[in-house]
Write a protein that binds this ligand. Structure first.
Ligand code: NAI
Ligand code: NAD
Ligand code: ISE
Length: 337
């Protein structure tokens, strides 16, 4: 059986995902697309050689009789509406992060999904599918370094066009907020945000850059995340776990070390597209396979909600200068099974 997919949002990542589904992965076909920029959607259909109909609204994609499942890759503020409409139509929906731009919006999605009585939503937290993070999780689960005590993490982008205000916390660090609680099988209880000296190499005056985010978990693990979205030199994701008997580091992407002219060097990637290319492939193949079986196995609407609660607390902590509590409700049984 071929899963027939409708995609809403044919920008940077929408195009990437359509390309991987059409030309790399198995078991699915993109049959419908939409973007507020219709010409762009038509251009993507032509450039990627798709047999897909271009619709004028996202709602029509969701309602189309030949669409079995929906992918939402439009701008963050539009996600909530499209996910709720997919749930109302009873169709599985893969939504790029963030699930919604407020925790309240995520809570409404959680409630709508529970009322529908089956899991329909997966959120695009692709780091859980990354080989390096999966290896690191295996090391922790094997108790190789004892209990984790401290995490030192780095999330650097070369530049962040279009970023303003608190987007480094709400759009970029959301990946750490998701993957670290998954890595530790733990949840956060508080957040603090420190604003170091600001880089001069940042286009938008409203954007503080870098940040240091300090999180504490229920088990007492101390997490430090350096977020630097205009670091200039490359795309650099690091994670070191300090345990009772040793440390474990996220493996670096493979690269050939070159010795030349009295120097030892290797390349650093410059984009999330390349750093997580394999993770995106695994994420989508697993989603296609599970959806075809009638299951939903990846990061859930609940995970999207917890991340939104965490980013809300970080934004509050940034502006208050205080340590802010993160008070998560009990996870419903619906999401623990
Ligand atoms: P983009 O700006 O390149 O593309 C967004 C597209 O959505 C645009 O083509 C825009 O015209 C379209 N759009 C906006 N509102 C729409 C609406 N109401 N109906 C239909 N189309 C609409 O943005 P990009 O980088 O592709 O990001 C899209 C989403 O993917 C965002 O939520 C972003 O957070 C997420 N993303 C996730 C990444 C990851 O690592 N998982 C990486 C990059 C983006
Ligand atoms: P983008 O701006 O390149 O593309 C967004 C597209 O959405 C645009 O083409 C825009 O026209 C379209 N759009 C906006 N509103 C729409 C609407 N109402 N209906 C239909 N289309 C609409 O952005 P992007 O970089 O592709 O990011 C898109 C999403 O993907 C964001 O949510 C972003 O956070 C997420 N993203 C995730 C990752 C990741 O690593 N997982 C990486 C990049 C982006
Ligand atoms: C982008 O939207 C992503 O999700 C990338 O993974 C992240 O590194 C980047 O900061 C975001 O803008």
């Amino acid at each position: 059986m071929t899963l027939r997919i409708g995609v809403i949002g044919t920008g940077a990542i929408g195009r990437e995902h359509i390309h991987r589904i059409t030309h790399k992965l198995k078991g699915a076909q993109v049959v419908a697309v939409n973007d507020v920029n219709t010409e762009q959607a038509q251009g993507v259909v032509r450039a990627l050689d798709l047999e897909a109909k271009v619709y004028t609204t996202g709602a029509e994609v969701i309602q189309a009789a030949d669409v079995d499942a929906v992918i939402v890759t439009s701008w963050g503020p539009t996600h909530e509406e499209f996910v709720l409409a997919s749930i109302a139509a009873g169709k599985p929906v893969f939504c790029e992060k963030p699930l919604a731009v407020t925790a309240e919006g995520c809570r409404q999605i959680v409630e709508a999904e529970m009322a529908a009585g089956r899991k329909l939503v997966q959120v695009g937290f692709m780091r859980r599918f990354d080989y390096a993070y999966r290896q690191l999780k295996c090391v922790l689960e094997a108790d190789t370094i004892g209990a984790p005590l401290i995490l030192n993490c780095v999330h650097r982008n070369p530049e962040a066009p279009g970023f303003s205000g608190d987007m480094a916390l709400t759009d970029s660090c959301v990946h750490e907020f998701d993957v670290l609680r998954w890595l530790l099988a733990d949840d956060y209880i508080s957040a603090q945000v420190i604003q170091p000296r600001r880089t001069r190499l940042c286009d938008d005056d409203s954007l503080q850059d870098p940040h240091v985010i300090l999180l504490r978990t229920r088990q007492g693990v101390h997490i430090s995340i350096e977020s630097f979205v205009n670091c200039q030199y490359g795309y650099d994701i690091q994670c070191q776990v300090v345990g009772e008997t040793g440390t474990a580091n996220l493996p670096e992407p493979a690269s050939v070390p070159v010795r030349r002219e009295a120097k030892l060097s290797f390349d650093i990637l410059v984009s999330w597209k390349d750093r997580f290319i394999d993770a995106f492939d695994v994420e989508f193949q697993e989603w296609i396979d599970a959806t075809t079986r009638g299951e939903m196995t990846g990061p859930s609407a609940w995970d999207g909600y917890v991340v939104a609660m965490t980013s809300d607390a970080c934004v509050k902590a940034k502006h208050s200068g205080q340590i802010e509590p993160i008070e998560l409700p009990e996870c419903p049984d619906f999401y623990t099974n």
